[in-house]
Ligand binder design. Structure first.
Ligand code: GLP
Length: 266
Protein backbone atom coordinates (compact mmCIF):
# COMPACT_ATOMS: atom_id res chain seq x y z
CA UNK A 1 0.00 0.00 0.00
CA UNK A 2 1.09 3.55 -0.60
CA UNK A 3 -0.55 6.23 1.55
CA UNK A 4 -0.48 9.84 0.40
CA UNK A 5 -1.65 12.49 2.83
CA UNK A 6 -2.56 15.88 1.36
CA UNK A 7 -3.30 19.01 3.36
CA UNK A 8 -6.93 19.47 2.26
CA UNK A 9 -9.90 17.59 0.87
CA UNK A 10 -9.60 19.56 -2.38
CA UNK A 11 -5.94 18.61 -2.84
CA UNK A 12 -6.75 14.94 -2.17
CA UNK A 13 -9.47 15.09 -4.83
CA UNK A 14 -7.13 16.83 -7.26
CA UNK A 15 -4.48 14.15 -6.89
CA UNK A 16 -7.04 11.37 -7.39
CA UNK A 17 -8.36 13.14 -10.51
CA UNK A 18 -4.84 13.59 -11.90
CA UNK A 19 -3.97 9.91 -11.35
CA UNK A 20 -7.18 8.70 -13.03
CA UNK A 21 -6.69 11.15 -15.92
CA UNK A 22 -3.14 9.91 -16.43
CA UNK A 23 -4.29 6.28 -16.68
CA UNK A 24 -7.07 7.16 -19.11
CA UNK A 25 -4.75 9.19 -21.35
CA UNK A 26 -2.25 6.34 -21.43
CA UNK A 27 -4.96 3.74 -22.11
CA UNK A 28 -8.09 5.14 -23.81
CA UNK A 29 -9.83 1.73 -23.50
CA UNK A 30 -9.31 1.79 -19.75
CA UNK A 31 -11.64 -0.42 -17.71
CA UNK A 32 -12.43 1.77 -14.73
CA UNK A 33 -14.03 0.49 -11.54
CA UNK A 34 -16.16 3.20 -9.94
CA UNK A 35 -17.49 3.98 -6.47
CA UNK A 36 -20.32 6.11 -5.12
CA UNK A 37 -20.83 8.15 -1.95
CA UNK A 38 -20.36 11.77 -0.95
CA UNK A 39 -16.56 11.45 -1.05
CA UNK A 40 -16.53 10.83 -4.80
CA UNK A 41 -18.74 13.73 -5.88
CA UNK A 42 -16.01 16.38 -6.08
CA UNK A 43 -13.63 13.93 -7.78
CA UNK A 44 -16.19 13.19 -10.50
CA UNK A 45 -16.84 16.90 -11.01
CA UNK A 46 -13.10 17.48 -11.41
CA UNK A 47 -12.97 14.75 -14.07
CA UNK A 48 -15.92 16.47 -15.74
CA UNK A 49 -13.95 19.74 -15.71
CA UNK A 50 -10.96 18.07 -17.36
CA UNK A 51 -13.24 16.75 -20.07
CA UNK A 52 -14.84 20.17 -20.61
CA UNK A 53 -11.41 21.73 -20.91
CA UNK A 54 -10.73 19.25 -23.73
CA UNK A 55 -7.97 17.31 -22.00
CA UNK A 56 -9.78 14.10 -21.10
CA UNK A 57 -11.61 11.77 -23.47
CA UNK A 58 -13.94 9.06 -22.11
CA UNK A 59 -15.26 7.88 -25.49
CA UNK A 60 -13.55 4.47 -25.31
CA UNK A 61 -13.57 4.04 -21.54
CA UNK A 62 -15.59 1.22 -19.97
CA UNK A 63 -16.80 1.34 -16.39
CA UNK A 64 -18.05 -1.08 -13.74
CA UNK A 65 -19.50 0.22 -10.50
CA UNK A 66 -18.90 -1.55 -7.23
CA UNK A 67 -22.50 -1.84 -6.19
CA UNK A 68 -26.19 -1.02 -6.59
CA UNK A 69 -29.17 -1.16 -4.26
CA UNK A 70 -31.63 -4.04 -4.65
CA UNK A 71 -35.15 -3.00 -5.60
CA UNK A 72 -34.47 0.55 -6.79
CA UNK A 73 -35.14 1.12 -10.49
CA UNK A 74 -32.31 2.92 -12.32
CA UNK A 75 -34.54 5.99 -12.71
CA UNK A 76 -34.95 6.35 -8.93
CA UNK A 77 -33.13 9.47 -7.70
CA UNK A 78 -31.58 7.29 -4.98
CA UNK A 79 -30.16 4.60 -7.27
CA UNK A 80 -26.44 4.49 -7.87
CA UNK A 81 -27.18 4.54 -11.63
CA UNK A 82 -28.80 7.92 -11.11
CA UNK A 83 -25.88 9.10 -8.96
CA UNK A 84 -23.36 8.08 -11.63
CA UNK A 85 -25.31 9.71 -14.46
CA UNK A 86 -25.60 12.92 -12.53
CA UNK A 87 -22.11 13.20 -11.08
CA UNK A 88 -20.02 11.73 -13.89
CA UNK A 89 -21.55 10.12 -16.96
CA UNK A 90 -23.62 13.11 -18.08
CA UNK A 91 -20.64 15.41 -17.58
CA UNK A 92 -18.26 13.53 -19.89
CA UNK A 93 -18.36 11.94 -23.33
CA UNK A 94 -18.70 8.37 -22.14
CA UNK A 95 -20.90 6.00 -24.15
CA UNK A 96 -23.60 4.96 -21.63
CA UNK A 97 -23.58 1.49 -23.18
CA UNK A 98 -20.05 1.13 -21.82
CA UNK A 99 -21.14 1.91 -18.26
CA UNK A 100 -22.20 -0.95 -16.01
CA UNK A 101 -23.76 -1.30 -12.58
CA UNK A 102 -25.07 -4.50 -11.01
CA UNK A 103 -28.75 -5.09 -11.83
CA UNK A 104 -30.55 -4.61 -8.52
CA UNK A 105 -33.92 -5.11 -10.25
CA UNK A 106 -33.13 -8.55 -11.70
CA UNK A 107 -35.73 -11.26 -11.08
CA UNK A 108 -32.87 -13.68 -10.50
CA UNK A 109 -30.22 -11.87 -8.49
CA UNK A 110 -27.73 -14.76 -8.42
CA UNK A 111 -27.72 -14.96 -12.22
CA UNK A 112 -27.34 -11.18 -12.44
CA UNK A 113 -24.29 -11.38 -10.15
CA UNK A 114 -22.66 -14.12 -12.22
CA UNK A 115 -23.39 -12.13 -15.38
CA UNK A 116 -21.71 -9.06 -13.86
CA UNK A 117 -18.55 -11.02 -13.09
CA UNK A 118 -18.59 -12.46 -16.62
CA UNK A 119 -18.86 -8.99 -18.17
CA UNK A 120 -15.88 -7.78 -16.16
CA UNK A 121 -13.87 -10.81 -17.30
CA UNK A 122 -14.91 -10.26 -20.94
CA UNK A 123 -13.49 -6.74 -20.77
CA UNK A 124 -10.19 -8.18 -19.58
CA UNK A 125 -10.67 -7.27 -15.93
CA UNK A 126 -10.65 -3.92 -14.17
CA UNK A 127 -7.55 -1.79 -14.76
CA UNK A 128 -8.13 0.75 -12.02
CA UNK A 129 -10.64 0.36 -9.21
CA UNK A 130 -11.67 3.48 -7.34
CA UNK A 131 -12.79 2.92 -3.74
CA UNK A 132 -14.16 4.81 -0.77
CA UNK A 133 -14.58 3.44 2.73
CA UNK A 134 -17.79 3.08 4.71
CA UNK A 135 -18.21 4.05 8.36
CA UNK A 136 -17.93 0.35 9.25
CA UNK A 137 -14.80 -0.16 7.13
CA UNK A 138 -16.54 -1.62 4.11
CA UNK A 139 -15.41 -1.40 0.50
CA UNK A 140 -18.27 -1.60 -1.98
CA UNK A 141 -20.98 -2.99 0.28
CA UNK A 142 -18.75 -5.69 1.72
CA UNK A 143 -20.02 -5.43 5.23
CA UNK A 144 -18.17 -6.84 8.27
CA UNK A 145 -17.64 -10.62 8.02
CA UNK A 146 -17.72 -10.58 4.21
CA UNK A 147 -15.39 -13.34 3.06
CA UNK A 148 -12.11 -11.92 1.84
CA UNK A 149 -12.49 -14.11 -1.28
CA UNK A 150 -16.14 -13.18 -1.88
CA UNK A 151 -17.48 -12.47 -5.38
CA UNK A 152 -20.31 -10.27 -6.65
CA UNK A 153 -23.42 -11.14 -4.64
CA UNK A 154 -26.45 -9.75 -2.79
CA UNK A 155 -25.57 -8.46 0.67
CA UNK A 156 -27.69 -7.30 3.62
CA UNK A 157 -26.60 -3.87 4.86
CA UNK A 158 -25.57 -3.28 8.48
CA UNK A 159 -27.40 -0.79 10.72
CA UNK A 160 -24.26 1.43 10.57
CA UNK A 161 -24.40 1.55 6.77
CA UNK A 162 -28.13 2.16 6.72
CA UNK A 163 -27.62 5.06 9.11
CA UNK A 164 -24.69 6.42 7.07
CA UNK A 165 -26.46 6.29 3.71
CA UNK A 166 -30.07 7.03 4.71
CA UNK A 167 -29.70 10.80 4.14
CA UNK A 168 -28.79 10.04 0.51
CA UNK A 169 -31.80 7.72 0.13
CA UNK A 170 -34.70 9.84 1.36
CA UNK A 171 -34.48 8.53 4.93
CA UNK A 172 -34.16 5.16 6.64
CA UNK A 173 -37.72 4.02 5.96
CA UNK A 174 -37.34 4.19 2.18
CA UNK A 175 -33.74 3.04 2.00
CA UNK A 176 -33.17 -0.44 0.56
CA UNK A 177 -31.71 -2.79 3.14
CA UNK A 178 -29.90 -4.95 0.60
CA UNK A 179 -27.54 -4.34 -2.29
CA UNK A 180 -25.56 -6.20 -4.91
CA UNK A 181 -21.86 -5.63 -4.43
CA UNK A 182 -18.65 -6.78 -6.06
CA UNK A 183 -16.95 -9.12 -3.61
CA UNK A 184 -13.68 -8.44 -1.82
CA UNK A 185 -12.14 -11.09 -4.07
CA UNK A 186 -13.48 -9.33 -7.17
CA UNK A 187 -12.00 -6.02 -6.00
CA UNK A 188 -8.62 -7.59 -5.22
CA UNK A 189 -8.38 -8.79 -8.84
CA UNK A 190 -8.33 -5.22 -10.20
CA UNK A 191 -4.89 -4.42 -11.58
CA UNK A 192 -4.66 -1.21 -9.53
CA UNK A 193 -6.73 0.12 -6.64
CA UNK A 194 -7.13 3.74 -5.61
CA UNK A 195 -8.88 4.48 -2.33
CA UNK A 196 -9.92 8.06 -1.58
CA UNK A 197 -10.79 8.94 2.01
CA UNK A 198 -11.51 12.39 3.40
CA UNK A 199 -12.85 13.90 6.62
CA UNK A 200 -12.27 13.31 10.32
CA UNK A 201 -15.21 10.89 10.62
CA UNK A 202 -13.13 8.33 8.67
CA UNK A 203 -9.84 8.77 10.59
CA UNK A 204 -10.26 5.84 12.97
CA UNK A 205 -11.58 3.31 10.47
CA UNK A 206 -8.93 4.35 7.93
CA UNK A 207 -6.15 3.68 10.46
CA UNK A 208 -7.69 0.26 11.16
CA UNK A 209 -7.88 -0.53 7.45
CA UNK A 210 -4.34 0.59 6.61
CA UNK A 211 -2.35 -0.24 9.72
CA UNK A 212 -4.51 -2.75 11.58
CA UNK A 213 -4.70 -6.49 11.07
CA UNK A 214 -6.27 -7.90 7.91
CA UNK A 215 -9.74 -8.87 9.02
CA UNK A 216 -13.14 -9.46 7.50
CA UNK A 217 -14.47 -7.16 10.23
CA UNK A 218 -12.95 -4.25 8.27
CA UNK A 219 -13.05 -5.35 4.66
CA UNK A 220 -10.95 -2.38 3.47
CA UNK A 221 -8.04 -4.00 5.36
CA UNK A 222 -7.99 -6.68 2.64
CA UNK A 223 -6.43 -4.05 0.39
CA UNK A 224 -3.19 -4.72 2.29
CA UNK A 225 -3.02 -7.87 0.17
CA UNK A 226 -3.17 -5.91 -3.08
CA UNK A 227 0.20 -5.37 -4.82
CA UNK A 228 -0.76 -1.98 -6.33
CA UNK A 229 -3.00 -0.08 -3.97
CA UNK A 230 -2.76 3.66 -3.39
CA UNK A 231 -4.64 5.38 -0.61
CA UNK A 232 -5.13 9.13 -0.93
CA UNK A 233 -6.35 10.96 2.15
CA UNK A 234 -6.70 14.47 3.46
CA UNK A 235 -5.01 15.50 6.73
CA UNK A 236 -8.24 14.99 8.69
CA UNK A 237 -8.76 11.42 7.54
CA UNK A 238 -5.05 10.69 8.03
CA UNK A 239 -4.95 12.07 11.58
CA UNK A 240 -4.80 8.68 13.31
CA UNK A 241 -2.21 7.02 11.11
CA UNK A 242 0.88 5.93 13.07
CA UNK A 243 3.17 5.97 10.05
CA UNK A 244 2.34 9.50 8.86
CA UNK A 245 5.95 10.73 8.80
CA UNK A 246 7.13 7.79 6.74
CA UNK A 247 4.30 8.12 4.22
CA UNK A 248 4.98 11.86 3.91
CA UNK A 249 8.69 11.25 3.39
CA UNK A 250 7.96 8.90 0.51
CA UNK A 251 5.63 11.37 -1.21
CA UNK A 252 8.17 14.18 -0.83
CA UNK A 253 11.20 12.18 -1.96
CA UNK A 254 10.32 9.39 -4.37
CA UNK A 255 10.79 10.44 -8.02
CA UNK A 256 7.46 8.91 -9.14
CA UNK A 257 5.66 11.56 -7.06
CA UNK A 258 7.76 14.56 -8.20
CA UNK A 259 5.16 15.93 -10.63
CA UNK A 260 2.49 15.90 -7.91
CA UNK A 261 4.51 17.44 -5.08
CA UNK A 262 3.28 21.02 -5.84
CA UNK A 263 -0.06 19.84 -4.39
CA UNK A 264 1.57 20.02 -0.96
CA UNK A 265 1.84 23.78 -1.19
CA UNK A 266 -1.15 25.42 0.43
C1 GLP B 1 -21.40 3.57 0.21
C2 GLP B 1 -20.72 2.83 -0.92
C3 GLP B 1 -19.24 2.69 -0.67
C4 GLP B 1 -18.65 4.03 -0.26
C5 GLP B 1 -19.33 4.54 0.99
C6 GLP B 1 -18.74 5.84 1.50
O1 GLP B 1 -21.61 2.75 1.30
N1 GLP B 1 -21.27 1.54 -1.15
O2 GLP B 1 -18.61 2.21 -1.84
O3 GLP B 1 -17.27 3.89 -0.03
O4 GLP B 1 -20.70 4.71 0.64
O5 GLP B 1 -19.65 6.87 1.50
P1 GLP B 1 -19.30 8.39 1.73
O6 GLP B 1 -18.32 8.79 0.70
O7 GLP B 1 -20.63 9.07 1.56
O8 GLP B 1 -18.75 8.48 3.10
Amino acid sequence: MEVIILPSREKANLLAAKLIAKELREKPHLVLGLATGRTMERLYHLLGDLHREGTLDFSLCRTFNLDEYIGLPPASPYSYRHYMNEHLFHRVNIDLRNTHLPDGMAADLQTACRHYEAMIAECGGIDLQLLGIGADGHIGFNEPLSALRSRTRPKALTPATIQQNAPLCGGEADMPKRAITMGVGTILEAKHCLMLVTGSSKAKVLAQAVEGPITSMVTASALQLHPHCRVIVDAKAGAELQGKEYYNWIFRNEPEWAEYQPLLEE
